[in-house]
Design a protein around this ligand. Sequence first.
Ligand code: NAP
Length: 258
Amino acid sequence: MVLSSSSTMKRFSGKVAVVTASTQGIGFAIALRLGMEGASVVVSSRKPTNVDNAVQQLADHGITDVLGVPCHVSDAQQRKRLIQSTLDKYGHIDILVSNAAANPTVDPILEIPEPVLDKLWEINVKATVLLVQEAVPHMPRGSSITMISSIAAYQPQATMTMYGVTKTALLGLTKALAAELAPDIRVNTVAPGFVPTHFADFLVRNEDIKKAIEEKTLLGRLGKTSDMASAVAFLASSDASYITGETLVVAGGVPSRL
Ligand code: NAP
């Protein structure tokens, strides 16, 4: 990944950042960016080998103040361990990035079985709320929370309608939590456009779909994980100290809202 020169600024020296689902894709890019800018970074995802690999990859980029903790975000004990391990090592949390999501179905809403609805809600929305509950008592004044929603929050697309609805819920959660945590903790959200990752591998597998989506953007390209990381770094930084309760769409101009 190529980092812009602005990423050599150290806006997060002395800050502690916890990023969920951060062993690949957008989450890893966020961890990398925050680490490049001086943060102590806690990386996590479900699989311990992925966590170990991510810690190694960060070290390969010269980022060594890193803690890796396996955490399936919908497991209460694992969420507790993520926060407790962070506190044991660093004592507090300045930046929480809730990035994990699942998109387990292509069914229309009328056909989605209840267990699948439960999984979507559990991972995409409820786990964020519970992680925030766990983390907030350890976040000092001036801290920030950033969630990762999606362009699909504004217009749920066919084949991922209910996923889109859970991402819409995060926009409301952003507003509600921002009000509840003000003025001490800012809460914002990034809504990515289409980024070719494992999660969106249809973009990589099918050249026609990729072209069609590129044409929907004003900027004529798919998003990069580093585009999302830049936006998260901005919202987590003091550059955004007067911004809370907002969602930043990072989608190359794909229509979202006025
Ligand atoms: P990705 O490249 O597939 O990475 C997913 C990461 O999440 C992996 O590190 C995975 O590691 C981890 N993970 C998966 N389920 C988890 C769980 N239950 N608990 C903890 N970690 C979990 O995905 P991505 O594209 O970067 O997506 C990241 C976020 O961006 C998601 O919220 C997604 O909705 C959002 N988003 C993506 C796009 C896009 O086009 N890519 C667009 C809009 C929004 P393990 O397998 O080890 O758990």
